[in-house]
Design a protein around this ligand. Sequence first.
Ligand SMILES: NC(=O)c1ccc[n+]([C@@H]2O[C@H](COP(=O)([O-])OP(=O)(O)OC[C@H]3O[C@@H](n4cnc5c(N)ncnc54)[C@H](O)[C@@H]3O)[C@@H](O)[C@H]2O)c1
Length: 251
Amino acid sequence: MGRLAGKVAIVTGAASGIGAASVELFVQEGAQVLAVDRPESAIATAHASKKDIVSIAADITGDDAPKKIVAAALDAFGGLDILFNNAGVSGRAFVEEMTDAQWDHVNGVNVRGMFRLCREAIPALKARAKEKGRARIVNTASVMAFDTDYGLAAYCASKAGVGGLTRTLALELGKFNITANYVCPGAIYTGMTQGSFDKPEIREVWEKKAALRRLGQPIDIARGALLLASDDADFITGHELVVDGGLTLRT
Ligand SMILES: NC(=O)c1ccc[n+]([C@@H]2O[C@H](COP(=O)([O-])OP(=O)(O)OC[C@H]3O[C@@H](n4cnc5c(N)ncnc54)[C@H](O)[C@@H]3O)[C@@H](O)[C@H]2O)c1
């Protein structure tokens, strides 16, 4: 039996990279999945006509998006066990030159959008946890939640924010048997990073930095998210799971 047999999950950022791999893995493990991504993404085709996947085009920052997304999961599958908040954006600018719009875009998607979807999903997660004994929130942060690089002030602040949000969710929701944890990917080859990692000189630097001497693939992070979403993680909450191949082991 699959590790997510009988579960219903929402996965955001589902058209590409880590989100797309997680949708596939969760379904292989027995879940039914609402796959969410922006209308401009490949969400209409990424998981088209696959069993146990319903796709919805929605920008998570839209005013009514959380309501629409949670309602779509409940309509399609009749409940919600797992919310995997994975949608995210990056962008580089030195603080001295960063515009309000750049700061707000990154933090608006990565933290505010995540918070609003969590808030909307909590009643459905509580109902499921009451009925079945558990429910899950899994959020995607980054090693940039605790590290940094030039030009990444907005991104680092947003990912540290994901940590703070998730730990507080864990505290507030524990008594309802809802866990909340976050994954911190290292350098992963996805839509967000392929422009850089397709350049051999950049790829080699990042491969060499990791103890395991390779870039991560989306499936590496999907497996971490699966662990936190599964029943195996019953006593794990408020935890930061670093999945980086040893990238951040040394200074
Ligand atoms: N790739 C890496 O090296 C890396 C490292 C650390 C953390 N992360 C995080 O992993 C997560 C997934 O990113 P990825 O690397 O798979 O990149 P990706 O660009 O391949 O996928 C991100 C997806 O999120 C979607 N998205 C962006 N804004 C959205 C919005 N407002 N509403 C709905 N969907 C939206 C995009 O359309 C895209 O399909 C992000 O939170 C990212 O910050 C990635």
